[in-house]
Design a binder for this molecule. Structure first.
Ligand code: ADP
Ligand code: MG
Length: 247
């Protein structure tokens, strides 16, 4: 099989914003198929910028990003391909308020994937079942809780049949009682073998679902390692300090 070939290859990427902030400073990372990598680090350490560079929302200044053998370069064809390979879920759900739940999940499939409405609906209903919301297909986003809206956002991202899913603090905007239901969906995806890069403060999730933890600070990877080893015996003093603050 091709399991050994990494799905995500990030080689020495750097990114400086126009205001002079160097958000990424020589980051390299490979992610294997079905691997779940959890990225942690203080606010402003570059976690979101890293994820945004993985799906072409940001351009890198230096280095290289390759997703499923497709280089994220300037060619339109590659960019469009990568947008379809990489699903992303943000802190804000950004559902279309004037579309139903089903409409939201259908949209990208009909627009981007060129599916017929009935094909899209069948696929969407299967995904809504997977996130536990089949019975809310005809509701509008405003009628749902934050946790339900986020699960719709996950279903919508999955509708593109991505190779990789990126989660940027997907539970950070949710009320405490909603967090568990979203993490449950994410755990299910991990168990199904989805390749995932997850930025989260949920260390319980990181321990259970993460294969590897990456700790970032000041736009660099300070330390990474297999989950158990990382938490049990962090090697870097900076990692120990950070874990001491959050655990
Ligand atoms: P994190 O997600 O770890 O909190 P970010 O990747 O959002 O960190 O930000 C890293 C650094 O880059 C921060 O100093 C932030 O203020 C800065 N930054 C992020 N996005 C922009 C932007 N669009 N323009 C200017 N600076 C930015
Ligand atoms: Mg962020």
């Amino acid at each position: 099989t091709t399991n050994a070939a990494p799905v995500i290859v990030v080689e020495n990427i750097s990114k400086t914003f126009q205001n002079g902030v160097k958000a990424l400073d020589g980051v390299s990372l490979s992610v294997s198929r079905s691997e779940v990598v959890v990225v942690i680090g203080p606010s402003g350490s570059g976690k979101s910028t890293l994820l945004r560079c993985l799906n072409g929302l940001e351009d890198v200044d230096e280095g290289r990003v390759v997703i499923d053998s497709i280089p994220l370069d300037d060619t339109r064809r590659h960019r469009d391909a990568i947008r379809q390979e990489v699903g992303m879920v943000f802190q804000s759900f950004n559902l279309f308020p004037h579309l139903t739940v089903l409409g939201n999940v259908n949209l990208a499939q009909t627009l981007v994937r060129g599916k017929s409405r009935s094909e899209a609906t069948a696929a969407s209903m299967a995904l809504l079942t997977r996130v536990g919301l089949a019975d809310r297909a005809d509701s509008y986003p405003s009628q749902l809780s934050g946790g339900q809206q986020q699960r719709v956002a996950i279903a919508r991202a999955l509708a593109m049949q991505p190779t990789v899913m990126l989660f940027d603090e997907a539970t950070s905007a949710l009320d405490p009682e909603m967090i568990g239901e979203v993490l449950e969906v994410m755990r299910g995806l991990a168990a199904d073998g989805m390749t995932m890069v997850v930025v989260t403060h949920e260390m319980g999730f990181a321990r259970e679902a993460g294969d590897r933890i990456v700790f970032m600070e000041h736009g660099r990877i300070v330390e990474e390692g297999p989950t158990r080893r990382f938490f049990d015996s962090p090697r870097e003093e900076r990692t120990r300090l950070f874990l001491g603050q959050i655990l």
